[in-house]
Ligand binder design. Structure first.
Ligand code: AR6
Length: 170
């Protein structure tokens, strides 16, 4: 048991006042649509400059920038896998995203973070399977990241919220 709080809520992740919000980016880290576009719009143009300096990010890894104009202090950018039917290591890569985000948060002493449903939009990962990986990986990894005290699964639809509520039994 870690004593950390796991919860889910229906929200626009750009509005959350947490230590870090996670961005579901692409490997160029230069912005895009979906949650990535929303985060870049809300954080402001300085974010693009900070992302340029990172020179990309491989699938399954994570990178840190300040939150700039967001209420969140930090942004953790991760790159989820594109769903290709389930036999191209998508599950392992998606789990790696959650694990690397938590580890990066832990190394920077970030106490609270909010995840969007990585890969479940443009990248097409089936929502329920992705949510199982998200919750399972966070529950497993939190024990080794004591700095992180609160994790919010930020849902952007009632359907996603219902899936997470069931998995978290809340
Ligand atoms: N707050 C919280 N969740 C959101 C928000 C928001 N403001 N906007 C969308 N979502 P997606 P991906 C949800 O497509 O599948 C981008 O172009 C959305 O409903 O944003 O990982 C990147 O640049 C879905 O549940 O990310 C990449 O090219 C989830 O966020 C590509 O899309 C993820 O959907 C990444 O695709």
């Amino acid at each position: 048991m870690t004593g950390a709080t796991l919860s889910c809520e229906l929200a626009d992740i750009t509005c959350l006042r947490v230590g870090a919000v996670v961005n579901a980016a692409n490997s160029a880290l230069l912005g895009g649509g979906g949650v990535d576009g929303a985060i870049h719009r809300a954080a402001g143009p300085e974010l693009l400059e900070a992302c340029r300096a990172l020179r990309g990010c491989p699938v399954g890894e994570a990178r840190l920038t300040p939150g700039f104009a967001l209420p969140a202090a930090w942004i953790i950018h991760t790159v989820g896998p594109v769903w290709q039917g389930g036999h191209r290591d998508e599950a392992e890569l998606l789990a790696a995203c959650y694990r690397h985000c938590l580890q990066l948060a832990g190394r920077h002493g970030i106490h609270s973070l909010a995840f969007p449903a990585i890969s479940t939009g443009v990248y097409g990962y089936p929502r329920e399977a992705a949510a199982r990986i998200a919750v399972g990986t966070v529950q497993t990894c939190l024990a080794s990241v004591p700095a992180v005290r609160q994790v919010i699964f930020c849902c952007f639809s009632e359907a996603d919220l219902a899936i997470y509520r069931e998995l978290l039994a809340v």
